[in-house]
Ligand binder design. Structure first.
Ligand code: MRU
Length: 331
């Protein structure tokens, strides 16, 4: 399996698969410190809420092993916080590290332990998400998923794609429908790449085809990932998720969100005051370096939207499938 991150213990460097070059080239870039990792996250070299949190954790580990003092660690944390504002997993990891910085004594050792514990936990939990989630997939299902949530977005088999893969292994999946996911094309470039590697039958559609397929009764279940889930159950995920949820509701199709509980924002009841990332116009206007319209055209480019809890059939987590996200917190 292709690994999106490779931490080289001996050299203390983090190799990051450059996802901007997929599906055609598998190239790694080498990062040596926390600032380089922050740049890579901002520039979308790697992406996916759980994966950027693991990269952030390794960034801190590299720094500690290079002898960074508290002041430098605080600067690295702040650079990582500025890299991408909506996905919460990275913020949860940074908060854990910051709490250690308040302690006295041998904090380097504590930080190393916490980072390694977190990475170990992340490695294991996607199998459980996949196992629980596969139960909600009907026999012979056509499953729609969105954005990219597989082994490129996590350090395991993935969230929504982890569920799909497990259900596929159980013989339940007929086909996966992959919307292309404009403008960054995570679906067309990354999910299709993963589907091929995993041997799962799939079909690519333009994003605007999705509701029509639902109207035609050609979709049995929709399963997506999440970048942040707040305590009222609303979900921030890749822009376009909301349109899928609305259409699924209208046409009576179950709509599930798969996530590790590290994607829950424990401090926020709602999305009030939480920044929804806006990215540059060039990502809308240029596709792989080629302009599709006048370069000075004004754009909107929100990276995420917010799907209200009322459209969500259930949350698939490593602790089980829940109707109410607060139940996952209590488990
Ligand atoms: O902008 P991206 O590519 O980082 O967005 C990723 C997503 O929206 C995923 O669906 C989400 O991170 C969940 S991934 C397991």
């Amino acid at each position: 399996m292709v690994r999106p991150l490779i931490y080289d213990e001996e050299k203390n460097v983090l190799r990051i698969l450059d996802q901007r070059r997929l599906p055609f080239e598998e190239v790694y870039i080498e990062t040596r410190d926390g600032f380089q990792v922050a740049d890579a996250i901002r520039d979308m070299v790697l992406r996916g809420a759980p994966l950027i949190a693991v990269a952030g954790a390794y960034a801190i580990l590299m720094e500690v092993r290079r002898g960074a003092d508290r002041e430098r660690l605080r600067k690295v944390i702040s650079a990582l916080r500025r890299s991408r504002p909506t996905a919460v997993n990275l913020f949860n990891v940074l908060e854990m590290i910051e709490n250690v910085l308040h302690e006295t004594g041998d904090i380097e050792r504590t930080i190393e332990e916490k980072v390694l514990q977190f990475v170990e936990m992340e490695r294991k939990l996607y199998e459980r998400i996949g196992e629980y989630g596969s139960e909600v997939v009907p026999q012979n299902a056509t499953v729609m998923t969105y954005c990219n949530t597989g082994f490129l977005a996590t350090i395991g088999i993935g969230t929504a794609i982890g569920v799909i893969y497990r259900a596929f292994q159980k013989g339940k999946v007929k086909e996966v429908i992959v919307p292309e996911t404009r403008p960054y094309l995570q679906g067309a470039r990354l999910t299709v790449y993963e589907m091929r590697k995993l041997g799962i039958p799939h079909r690519l559609i333009t994003d605007n085809t999705a509701p029509f397929l639902m109207e035609l009764k050609r979709v049995d279940v929709v399963i997506v990932g999440a970048d942040r889930v707040v305590l009222n159950g609303d979900v921030a995920n890749k822009i376009g998720t909301l349109s899928l949820a609305l259409a699924a509701k209208e046409f009576g199709i179950p709509f599930y969100v798969a996530l590790p509980t590290s994607t829950i924002d424990p401090h926020s009841e709602t999305f009030d005051g939480i920044k929804i990332e806006e990215r540059g116009s060039e990502e809308v206007i240029f596709v792989r370096g080629n302009p599709i319209t006048y370069p000075d055209t004004p754009t909107y480019h929100y990276a995420f939207d917010i799907t209200p809890a009322k459209f969500i059939t259930g949350y698939i987590t490593e602790k089980g499938v829940f109707r109410d996200i607060k139940e996952a917190m209590e488990e």
